[in-house]
Ligand binder design. Structure first.
Ligand code: NAD
Length: 488
C-alpha cells in the first residue's frame, strides 16, 4: 500500500479515542496499514508528542477489540504519531502543519499522499476545506483524500451548499463520506451474499418477497448529545443516512464481478426509484414518536423532555417508522418498513425479509401453525444470518413447526466498521462510502418529512421507554396485514 500521511482533525475528541485509534491499531496488527504511515493529530490544546502518544495508548487499552499485550508492537505503532496545535480558523496553523508534514515526508522519503480526516463538528467542515486549499496542504504531487464524518448537511439545501463548498478543494473521487453503517461487516456482506448465492439471487424480488423490515433500535437516550440531538431527531440522525443506506444495500441487484462504480450506480437507481412522499402523505406513511418515562432492563429512566438540556416543550422525534415503496421491476408492491429510535426495549440492528406464502391456500394441513419463511440479517450488536423454515411437528401430526437455521460470528473476530472504512479509504476504494448522488437523493426524499415535522403537520406519538415504539408503528404494518418480527 502506498505511503500515507494521515492528518486527523479532532484528535483529542471522543470519536478519535473510541473508534479511530483502535481501528488504526487493529489494522496495524493485521498488517493492513501502509509500511510508511505517519499520523498527525491536530487539536486546539498544546500537547507534547509524548502526551499525545500516551493518550492514544490509553484509548487503545480502553477501546480496542483486541487486547494490547505486545509492548514492542505498541511502541512501533505509536512511533508514527505526531501532534500539532491547530485551531481550525487559524490560517497560520495550517502553514505550520504543512511545514511539519513536508519535513517528515522528506525525512522518510515518503510519497506525499495525504489523507485528511475530519473528526470535528460539521460547523468546521467548510473552514477546514478552504484552509487546506489556501495553505497549500492540498497541493501535493501525490494523492489527497478527505474522510468526512456525518452529518453531511442538515437538510437538502445545506447538504448541497456543503458539497459545493467541499468540491472547491476536493473532487468527488477524493471525498470519502463516512456512513459507519456501511462499514459494518454484515452490511458489506449483503452485496456478496446476494451476488454469489443463486439461491438468494433467485428469491430477490417481488415474486417471492412479501415485505422487508429494517430496524435499528437503541436502548440509550440522548446521553451527552442533548443539544445536538434536539435539533436533528431520529430522522436526521439515523433515517436519512444509515437507514436509507441499509435500504439501498439490500435492494440493489448487481451484475457479476461488479465494481465500486456498479454498486454506486445501482444504489442511485434504487433511490431514484423510491416513490416520493408528498407532504400531505407523510402522515399516512410515517410515524413520529418521542419517548416518555419508562424502564430499560429493569432500570427506571426519564422521558425525553425531562432529560437535561431538553426543553419541556420539545416536539423532537426520538423515533421514526416509515413505509416506503421502490417502484422498479424487482420491488414493485413490496413494502419496505423502516424504524429506528431511542430508549427502545433492546439494542439491535437487523433486516428481516418476509417471504410470500403462495401455497398457503392449497395445503390441507392446519395452516394456523405455519409461519412465513424469514431471512434475517443481524447487523449489530451481534452479527448473523438466520433462515426460518417450516417443518412438521413430530408431536402433533398435521401441524407445522418452525425451525431456524442460524449462523453467528464470534464478536472479537469481527472487524469494527471503522477498520473496514479506514482501510478502504487508504486503498482509495469508495464502494462503502456515500456518494454525493446518494446523499442528495436521500435528503430529497426526506425533505417532505422534515417539512411536515417542522410544521407539526403530523402527530407526535408518545411511547414508553423500554417498549418497541408507539402503537402507531405497529398499525403501519397491520394495515397491510403484517407485523414487526421479533418484538417480544
Ligand atoms: P468531540 O466534541 O468529542 O471532539 C471534537 C474535536 O474537535 C475535539 O478534538 C476538539 O478539540 C476539536 N475542535 C473543536 N473546536 C476546534 C477548533 N476550533 N479547532 C480545532 N479543533 C477543534 O466530537 P466527536 O464525538 O469526536 O465527534 C466528531 C465528529 O464526528 C462530529 O462531526 C460528530 O458529529 C461525528 N460523529 C461522532 C460520532 C461519535 O460516536 N462520537 C459518531 C458519528 C459521527
Amino acid at each position: 500500500m502506498e505511503a500515507t500521511t494521515f492528518v486527523l482533525f479532532g484528535a483529542t475528541g471522543d470519536l478519535a479515542k473510541r473508534k479511530i485509534y483502535p481501528a488504526l491499531y487493529n489494522l496495524f496488527i493485521d498488517q493492513k496499514l501502509p509500511q510508511s504511515f505517519s499520523v498527525f493529530g491536530l487539536g486546539r490544546r498544546e500537547v507534547s508528542d509524548e502526551a499525545f502518544r500516551a493518550s492514544v495508548e490509553h484509548s487503545l487499552r480502553t477501546f480496542s477489540r483486541r487486547e494490547v499485550s505486545d509492548q514492542e508492537q505498541l511502541n512501533s505503532f505509536l512511533s508514527g504519531f505526531r501532534y500539532s496545535v491547530l485551531d481550525v480558523g487559524h490560517k497560520e496553523d495550517y502553514k505550520k502543519l504543512l511545514g511539519m508534514i513536508e519535513q517528515r515526508e522528506k525525512e522518510l522519503d515518503l510519497a506525499p499522499n495525504r489523507m485528511f480526516y475530519l473528526s470535528v463538528g460539521p460547523e468546521f467542515f467548510e473552514t477546514i476545506a478552504t484552509n487546506i486549499k489556501e495553505s497549500g496542504l492540498g497541493a501535493t504531487s501525490g494523492w489527497k483524500r478527505l474522510m468526512i464524518e456525518k452529518p453531511f448537511g442538515h437538510d437538502l439545501q445545506s447538504a448541497r451548499d456543503l458539497n459545493e463548498h467541499l468540491s472547491k478543494t476536493f473532487e468527488e473521487n477524493e471525498v470519502f463520506r463516512i456512513d459507519h453503517y456501511l462499514g459494518k461487516p454484515m452490511v458489506q456482506k449483503l452485496e456478496v451474499l446476494q451476488q454469489s448465492n443463486p439461491v438468494l439471487q433467485a428469491l430477490w424480488s417481488n415474486r417471492y418477497i412479501a415485505n422487508v423490515q429494517i430496524t435499528a433500535n437503541e436502548t440509550v437516550g440522548v446521553e451527552e448529545r442533548a443539544g445536538y440531538y434536539d435539533k436533528v431527531g431520529a430522522v436526521r440522525d439515523m433515517f436519512q443516512n444509515h437507514m436509507l443506506q441499509l435500504l439501498m444495500m439490500l435492494a440493489i441487484h448487481l451484475p457479476k464481478n461488479s465494481t465500486s462504480k456498479d454498486v454506486r450506480f445501482k444504489k442511485k437507481m434504487v433511490m431514484e426509484s423510491l416513490e416520493p412522499l408528498e407532504k400531505e402523505h407523510v402522515q399516512s406513511h410515517v410515524v413520529r414518536g418521542q419517548y416518555d418515562a419508562g424502564s430499560i432492563q429493569g432500570k427506571p429512566v426519564v422521558g425525553y423532555t425531562s432529560e437535561p438540556s431538553i426543553p419541556q416543550s420539545s416536539m423532537n422525534d426520538t423515533f421514526i417508522a416509515a413505509r416506503l415503496q421502490i417502484d422498479d421491476v424487482f420491488w414493485r408492491d413490496v413494502p419496505f418498513y423502516i424504524r429506528t429510535g431511542k430508549r427502545l426495549k433492546e439494542k439491535s440492528t437487523r433486516i428481516v425479509i418476509e417471504f410470500k406464502e403462495p401455497l398457503k391456500q392449497q395445503t390441507k394441513v392446519n395452516d394456523d401453525t405455519r409461519v412465513p419463511n424469514l431471512l434475517v440479517f443481524e447487523i449489530s450488536p451481534n452479527e448473523g444470518i438466520s433462515l426460518q423454515l417450516n417443518t412438521r411437528d413430530p408431536q402433533h401430526k398435521g401441524e407445522f413447526k418452525p425451525i431456524q437455521i442460524d449462523f453467528h460470528s464470534i464478536r472479537s473476530d469481527v472487524p469494527e466498521a471503522y477498520e473496514n472504512l479506514i482501510h478502504d479509504a487508504l486503498h482509495g476504494d469508495p464502494t462503502f462510502f456515500a456518494h454525493w448522488d446518494e446523499v442528495e437523493l436521500s435528503w430529497k426524499w426526506v425533505q417532505p418529512i422534515l417539512n411536515a415535522f417542522q410544521e407539526n403537520a403530523v402527530p407526535l406519538h408518545h411511547y414508553s421507554a423500554g417498549s418497541y415504539g408507539p402503537a402507531e408503528s405497529d398499525a403501519l404494518l397491520a394495515r397491510d396485514g403484517y407485523h414487526w418480527w421479533f418484538d417480544s
